[in-house]
Design a protein around this ligand. Structure first.
Ligand code: MCA
Ligand code: AMP
Length: 482
C-alpha cells in the first residue's frame, strides 16, 4: 500500500513532528528513531507498547507501523488482571518501552526493547498490505474482559484523510492535547493524525488548562479533548483571560469520545466567541461523523457522515429509519473502509457485531436532523458506562468486586456526573454488614486489578440486590432508589 507517513519518507525534514514537554523530534529525527525501531522488530508477529505519555511511545508505534508489525498499546496504569488478560490474548513477541520505565512483573519474561528516541536508523519503505493489522486496541464490552479490536492500516489512512477533509487539517496545523496514548482518540487522531499530515503535535504529558493556554497562545492551532477536559476549561474560563485568549485564537477546537453537554458548549462560546465541534467515533470504527470546519457548528450534534462512511439508523425490528425528522430514533450502523476487521480471538463477538450484510452495529441510538446532522440520544446497553471519555463495562467491575473477600454481591451502574459525564457507582451487599469493606478499599481493589479509571467513585451498601423472578439484578430499580 502507499505510505502511511509520506512526510517521513525523505528522512531529512527539519520541521518539528512531535513535542512532549521539553523534548521534541523533527521529521528527520523521527525517521531515524522510528527507522531504528523498525529494523529491530521487522519480522515480529506483534509488539506491545508500554504507552506512557512520552516521546518514546510515539516513536515505538511509528516504528511498528513502518515495519508492518501490529502494535498493541498498553495502559501503563493497567492493573494486574487486565494486563495479564491483554498480554495472554494478544501474545506479543516483544514489549517496547521508554528506557527507565518500570514494567510490572505481570508481564513475566516478555522480551523488552528500550526505545531510543535519538536512534539513527532509516525509515524503510512501507510494504504491508492495506488489510494488514496496524493496531490492536483493547476496548470494554458489557460483560467479560476487554476485547482487542484489530485495526487495519487501511482504516488508519482513510479515517485520518476523511478528518483532514472535514477539518481542513494540513501540515501547517499544530495540535495540542493531553490524551492518553493507549486509545484511538489520543494515539490515532492525536499522534498519527499530525504525522500523516506532516504537521506537528505538542503533547501535554497530562492534561491541564494551563498547558492548553500556554500551547495555544504559543502557536498551536488545534485542540483535541474529551468532554471532561472541555468541562474543566469551561469551569476555568471565567477567571482566566489567558485561557480565553488561547481558545479564541485557535483554528479548531474538537471534542469527542462522549457527548459534550450543551451547557459547556455554550459557556465556552460565550467566553471565547469560539464553538467547539464534535466528532463521533468508536474504537472499532475509528471516526464516523463530524461537524465540518466549513459547516455550521451546532451544539448537541456530531455532524454529518465523513467521506467514505455509510451510516444508517435501524429500528428494533431491523427496518431502516427513512426519516430525517430529528425525532425518529434508531441504532447507528456504519459500513466503510474505516472499520476494524475483527475482535482478536473472538469470532463469536465479531459475528455478533455485524449484520448479515456487513454493517457494524454501534449500539449508539440517534436521530437525524432534516439537513443530515446526526444527534446521539443514548445507548442501547445500560451496562456500558462512559466516564471521563473512557468506555467501561459494568460486568468487568462487578467481577473484580466479587473477588474481594468482603463482598457477597455487587452491581455496578453509571450515574450522571458534571465533570466525568458519568461516574461509576458500586452497589455492594457485604459479607459482614457490621464491617463492610470501605469505599477506598474497594476503589483500590478495582484500580489494582483493572485500571484506576475503572474504580468506583461512589459505593452504596444494601442488604440485598433487587432481583426479578428470574434472579436477574434489576439495575433500573437501583438507580431509582438512589
Ligand atoms: C486515583 N488514582 C488512583 C486511585 N485513585 N490510582 C490507584 N488507585 C486508586 N484508588 C490516580 C489515577 O491513576 C490518576 O493518576 C490520578 O489518581 C487521577 O485519577 P482520575 O481521578 O481518574 O483522573 P482525572 O484527572 O479525573 O482524569 C480525567 C481525565 C481522564 C484526564 C479527563 O479521564 C482522561 O484522560 N480521559 C481520556 C479518556 C480517553 O482518551 N478516551 C478515549 C477512548 P495520575 O495522577 O498518575 O494521573 S474513546 C475513543 O478512543 C473513541 C474512538 C473516540 O470516540 O474518541
Ligand atoms: P470507545 O468504545 O471507547 O471507542 O467509545 C466509543 C463510544 O463513545 C461510542 O460508541 C459513543 O457511545 C461514544 N462517543 C464517541 N464520540 C462521541 C460524541 N461526540 N458524542 C457522543 N458519544 C460519543
Amino acid at each position: 500500500m502507499s505510505s502511511l507517513f509520506p512526510a517521513l519518507a525523505d528522512g531529512s525534514g527539519e520541521r518539528v513532528a512531535l513535542r512532549f514537554g521539553e523534548r521534541s523530534l523533527t521529521y528527520g529525527g523521527l525517521a531515524g528513531a522510528a527507522g531504528a525501531v523498525a529494523a529491530r522488530i521487522r519480522g515480529a508477529g506483534r509488539v506491545a507498547v508500554w504507552a506512557t505519555p512520552e516521546l518514546e511511545t510515539a516513536v515505538a508505534v511509528t516504528g511498528a507501523l513502518l515495519a508492518g508489525v501490529a502494535a498493541v498499546p498498553l495502559n501503563p496504569k493497567s492493573g494486574a488482571k487486565e494486563l495479564a488478560h491483554i498480554v495472554n490474548d494478544s501474545a506479543p513477541d516483544l514489549i517496547l518501552a521508554a528506557p527507565g520505565a518500570e514494567l510490572p512483573s505481570t508481564l513475566g519474561d516478555l522480551t523488552r526493547l528500550d526505545v531510543d528516541a535519538s536512534g539513527t536508523g532509516t525509515a524503510p519503505e512501507e510494504q504491508a498490505s492495506d488489510t494488514a493489522p496496524a493496531l490492536i486496541v483493547y476496548t470494554s464490552g458489557t460483560t467479560g474482559p476487554p476485547k482487542g479490536a484489530v485495526i487495519p492500516r487501511r482504516a488508519l489512512a482513510t479515517t485520518l484523510d476523511a478528518l483532514a477533509d472535514a477539518w481542513q487539517w494540513t501540515a501547517e496545523d499544530v495540535l495540542v492535547h493531553g490524551l492518553p496514548l493507549f486509545h484511538v482518540h489520543g494515539l490515532v487522531l492525536g499522534i498519527l493524525g499530525p504525522l500523516r499530515r506532516g504537521g506537528s503535535v505538542r503533547h501535554l504529558g497530562r492534561f491541564s488548562t494551563e498547558g492548553v493556554a500556554r500551547e495555544l497562545n504559543g502557536g498551536a492551532t488545534m485542540l483535541f479533548g474529551v468532554p471532561t477536559m472541555y468541562h474543566r476549561i469551561a469551569e476555568t474560563l471565567p477567571g482566566d483571560p489567558e485561557l480565553a485568549k488561547a481558545l479564541a485564537g485557535a483554528r479548531l477546537l474538537v471534542s469527542g469520545s462522549a457527548a459534550l453537554p450543551v451547557h459547556d458548549h455554550e459557556r465556552i462560546a460565550a467566553a471565547t466567541g469560539r464553538r467547539v465541534i464534535e466528532r463521533y467515533g468508536m474504537t472499532e470504527t475509528l471516526m464516523n461523523t463530524s461537524v465540518r470546519a466549513d459547516g455550521e457548528a451546532r451544539a448537541g450534534t456530531v455532524g454529518v457522515p465523513l467521506p467514505g462512511v455509510e451510516l444508517r439508523l435501524v429500528e428494533e425490528d431491523g427496518s431502516e429509519v427513512a426519516d430525517y425528522d430529528g425525532e425518529t430514533v434508531g441504532e447507528i450502523q456504519v459500513r466503510g473502509p474505516n472499520l476494524f476487521t475483527e475482535y482478536l480471538n473472538r469470532p463469536d463477538a465479531t459475528a455478533a457485531a455485524f449484520t448479515a450484510d456487513g454493517w457494524f452495529r454501534t449500539g449508539d441510538m440517534a436521530v437525524r436532523e432534516p439537513d443530515g446532522y446526526v444527534r446521539i440520544v443514548g445507548r442501547k446497553a445500560t451496562d456500558l458506562i462512559k466516564s471521563g471519555g473512557y468506555k467501561i463495562g459494568a460486568g468487568e467491575i462487578e467481577n473484580a468486586l466479587l473477588e474481594h473477600p468482603g463482598v457477597r454481591e455487587a452491581a455496578v451502574t453509571g450515574e450522571p456526573d458534571a465533570d466525568l459525564g458519568e461516574r461509576i457507582v458500586a452497589w455492594i451487599v457485604p459479607v459482614d454488614p457490621q464491617v463492610p469493606p470501605t469505599a477506598d478499599e474497594l476503589a483500590d481493589h478495582v484500580a489494582a486489578r483493572l485500571a484506576p479509571h475503572k474504580r468506583p467513585r461512589v459505593v452504596r451498601y444494601l442488604d440485598a440486590l433487587p432481583r426479578n423472578d428470574m434472579g436477574k439484578i434489576m439495575k433500573r430499580a437501583l438507580v431509582a432508589d438512589a
